[in-house]
Design a protein around this ligand. Structure first.
Ligand code: FPP
Length: 244
């Protein structure tokens, strides 16, 4: 990577194309997710070394439950494998792991692994790695509104108009996960160009970057070049000047 590249503080990634990668290689879909997990690990390491402060990945959406039982349980088994095998390295890298989404409903072993991961890394001060698990943006926004209304009813919050700032605080990216800044850059692999219910509120001003590479084929090199290209963009936030 060139020197003096403007590094995004927060990068979010829609890791798409594991299934197509598996079909292309004539292996089961779960093997595609396994290859995707390896790619994810390389990107986490690369982002941390680059000085990215927050990396968020879309690992499992509220819609992914519609997939076959084997595929769903395969993805959660991989999550456990990832934690058992790679948690120590993440911890050594000083990475702090957090979860966006209601993961209380994922299979027990995966939930326990996540709890262990969050606990082990909670005092780390390096990059924050957010795993979106059972995450959906619309459900997240509704949950925030319902929580605010409830707290207003209970008298914990004043009965005032709901502002952007207040709503943001009650999203998964808000207070409960350390007030994560909005993503500067959202990447999606595999040639699809849509957000699929990912960070819709937070991504209002994000730069978007797409690549035809299938997620398991996405390399740190391609990641770096996307970050470099991001550095050349002029972000105006609806105004004329780059916001400082
Ligand atoms: C999208 O590919 C990928 C997913 C829905 C799962 C992402 C999971 C991983 C990268 C590995 C597991 C890691 C964790 C932390 C759980 P797709 O299956 O939609 O691909 P397709 O569109 O080609 O079918």
């Amino acid at each position: 990577m060139e020197k003096d590249v403007k590094i995004p503080r927060h990068i979010a990634i829609i890791m798409d194309g594991n299934g197509r990668w598996a079909a292309k290689h004539h292996v089961p879909r779960v093997s595609g997710h396994n290859a995707g997990m390896e790619a994810m690990k390389d990107i986490v390491r690369a982002a941390s070394h680059m000085g990215v402060e927050y990396l968020t990945v879309y690992a499992f959406s509220t819609e992914n439950w519609k997939r076959s039982k084997e595929e769903v349980s395969g993805i959660f088994k991989l999550l456990v494998k990832f934690v058992l095998r790679d948690l120590e390295e993440l911890h050594q890298e000083n990475v702090r792991v957090r979860v966006l989404g209601d993961y209380s409903v994922i299979p027990d072993s995966a939930r326990k692994s996540m709890d262990e991961t969050l606990k082990k890394t909670e005092n780390n001060t390096g990059m924050q790695f957010n795993i979106a698990l059972n995450y959906g943006s619309r459900a997240e926004i509704l949950r925030a509104i319902n929580r605010i209304v409830q707290l207003q009813r209970e008298g914990v919050l004043p009965q005032e108009e709901i502002t952007e700032e207040l709503l943001s605080r009650y999203l998964y990216t808000g207070e409960e996960n350390g007030n994560i800044p909005d993503p500067d850059l959202i990447i999606r692999t595999s040639g699809e160009e849509r957000l699929s219910n990912f960070l819709l509120w937070q991504g209002a001003y994000s730069e978007l970057s797409f690549t035809d590479s299938l997620w398991p084929d996405f390399t740190p090199k391609e990641f770096s070049s996307m970050v470099e290209e991001y550095g050349t963009r002029d972000r105006r936030y609806g105004g004329r000047q780059e916001k400082k």
